[in-house]
Ligand binder design. Structure first.
Ligand SMILES: NC(=O)c1ccc[n+]([C@@H]2O[C@H](COP(=O)([O-])OP(=O)(O)OC[C@H]3O[C@@H](n4cnc5c(N)ncnc54)[C@H](O)[C@@H]3O)[C@@H](O)[C@H]2O)c1
Length: 507
């Protein structure tokens, strides 16, 4: 099938496009770029710039690209803004959808998936919100989502269009730093914002009837959410005329206080929150029942809170201007002073020592680091080598900021093994092109063998490009974490040796 993804240049849409193409579906993005970014649309996916309010343009896009299914994410989504601009929200979210549905039903499209929201429930007074829980939205935004569901169902009933309304709970995280949410309307970015400004995170009320007195919500990783769209697309395709309404959450509650503690821990901050008055209209607890999604879509979430926080944090670091980013430095000086994470070098023993320790292959005989490593666990340089490889493949070449941010995201996730120098460089909050150099100037610490090991995949990647290109890539990659030029040259020589070996010659 070929799917039109409206709002595909937005935060969630960009993830949906990747999940759908990853599942073998053809996709076309339709977006007016009001909050979307064309860079988020992957190469090879056509982008049609237009509003859903423009019926003719939508109809042409459906025709030109022979669209058979639509995932409709294009909408305005700020609850607070909808209170002051309700007519704008009704026009964009309800009228935009009506115009789209008009074109869709005329063009013979078979399946339609709508982005709805837990905002349709308002203040549910239940432990787990099921799809049967009464809807009573508290904002024009929530109303437009509920009205959108009515439109979609009515069109489905009248025309046989298969429809699914997915009610997202609190969406967080990113597949890659450059795909992260750039707004600050959800709790995680709001905590980041306060920490970046040197302020304690704020808790709006700690006297709710919840275990720690703060509001409880259900958070879902955007990567899991995107997979739910694939599951919905397949569920609709297999049963024509279907009409589904499904919660998309994890079915697990996280309190505001728990979230702040976790963000502090994962980003290296130590900021206890301040308690302020309740905000009007905040329900104590909104947690999805995820049963229907499992039964009807055969889908459930796999990623947890830590993945959401660390990936959102990396995205924030990447998209901020350098000056602002500097202010988000997570106090690595404190961590180092406390000696929280001593470097644990890989142990190179004498010949035979490794197999003496792990004599039975497959029962602890896998390659692993020294110092208490479990079989299969990667040491820091191995892990970083994987990140280098992933970046080279996904970016189609050497994208130094991308590699650095992958390293940073990994460092923020509290890895079991990370050397002191690596940690200082990656958590210092300095820009990618200065971080290692600044650290070397102040510490004068020379490199170990890490620069060589972590850059090894680039040696293979650049080998076909010749000697100059591979040595240049080696120096630049090494410079991300090592400020001393000796490390750059060592890495460049390793690259050249690997290149020669790959040509079949004797290095
Ligand atoms: N982010 C959340 O936490 C969340 C939660 C529940 C539901 N949703 C819903 O998910 C959808 C996507 O949200 P997001 O977080 O990716 O927001 P976003 O602002 O990043 O993406 C919305 C995209 O739609 C485009 N767009 C907006 N109005 C348009 C129009 N009239 N015509 C064409 N394109 C238009 C924007 O340019 C943007 O690319 C929205 O429908 C939103 O209501 C989001």
């Amino acid at each position: 099938m070929t799917w039109l993804i409206t709002g595909g240049a937005g935060y969630i849409g960009a993830h949906v496009v990747r999940a759908m193409t990853g599942a073998g579906e053809r996709t076309v993005v339709y977006d007016d770029l009001s909050t979307g970014v064309p860079d988020r649309v992957p190469d090879g996916v056509p982008l049609v710039v237009g509003s859903t309010l423009d019926g003719e343009r939508v109809a042409r896009a459906l025709r030109d690209h022979e669209i058979t299914g639509v995932v409709h994410l294009a909408a305005k989504k700020q609850v607070a803004e909808s209170l002051s601009l309700p007519l704008h929200y009704y026009r964009e979210n309800v009228e935009g959808l009506r115009v789209l549905l008009d074109a869709v039903t005329s063009a013979g499209v078979r399946s339609f998936v709508l982005s709805s929201s837990a905002a349709v429930y308002g203040m549910p007074d239940v432990n787990l919100v099921t799809e049967e829980t009464p809807c009573a939205p508290l904002s024009p935004y929530g109303e437009t989502k509920l009205a959108g569901e009515w439109l979609v169902r009515a069109a489905g009933t009248a025309t046989g269009l298969s429809t699914a309304c997915l009610r997202y709970f609190n969406v967080a995280g990113a597949a890659r730093p450059d795909l992260a949410d750039r707004g600050v309307s959800n709790l995680i970015p709001m905590i980041f914002e306060r920490l970046a400004d040197g302020l304690p995170p704020r808790v709006f009320g700690d006297d709710y009837p919840t275990p720690d007195g703060t509001c409880v919500r259900d958070y879902i990783h955007v990567v899991d959410l995107a997979e739910a769209h694939v599951a919905a697309a397949h569920a609709l395709a297999s049963v024509p005329g279907r009409n589904l309404t499904v919660n998309i959450g994890r079915g697990e509650g996280v309190s505001v206080r728990e979230m702040i503690d976790r963000v502090n821990a994962l980003t290296g901050h130590d900021r206890p929150p301040v308690i302020t008055a309740r905000r009007p209209g905040d329900p104590a607890r909104v947690v999805a029942s995820a049963d229907r999604a499992a039964a009807e879509l055969n889908w459930k979430a796999h990623l947890g809170l830590d993945d959401m926080i660390t990936s959102a944090w990396s995205g924030r670091q990447r998209t901020l201007p350098d000056a602002h980013r500097r202010r988000t430095r997570p106090g690595h000086g404190d961590r180092l002073r406390r000696g929280r994470r001593p470097g644990r070098p890989f142990e190179f023993g004498p010949e035979g020592a490794f197999s003496a320790r792990f004599p039975v292959p497959g029962a602890g005989g896998e390659m692993c680091g020294g110092g208490g490593w479990d079989p299969g666990e990667a040491t820091d340089d191995t892990q970083m080598a994987v990140l280098v490889a992933e970046s080279l493949l996904e970016c189609g070449g050497l994208d130094l900021p991308d590699v650095f941010h992958r390293f940073r995201r990994w460092a923020a996730a509290d890895p079991k093994d990370i050397g002191l120098q690596t940690e200082a460089v990656l958590t210092g909050g300095d820009p990618w092109d200065l971080a290692a150099g600044l650290y070397f100037q102040t510490s004068q610490r020379a490199a170990g063998n890490g620069a060589l090991m972590r850059a090894a995949p680039s040696a293979v990647y650049f080998a076909p490009s010749g000697r100059a290109a591979t040595m240049d890539a080696a120096r630049r990659l090494s410079a991300l974490t090592h400020g001393d030029r000796a490390a750059w040259e060592g890495t460049a020589i390793l690259h050249e040796l690997i290149r020669v070996a790959l040509t079949g010659a004797d290095p």
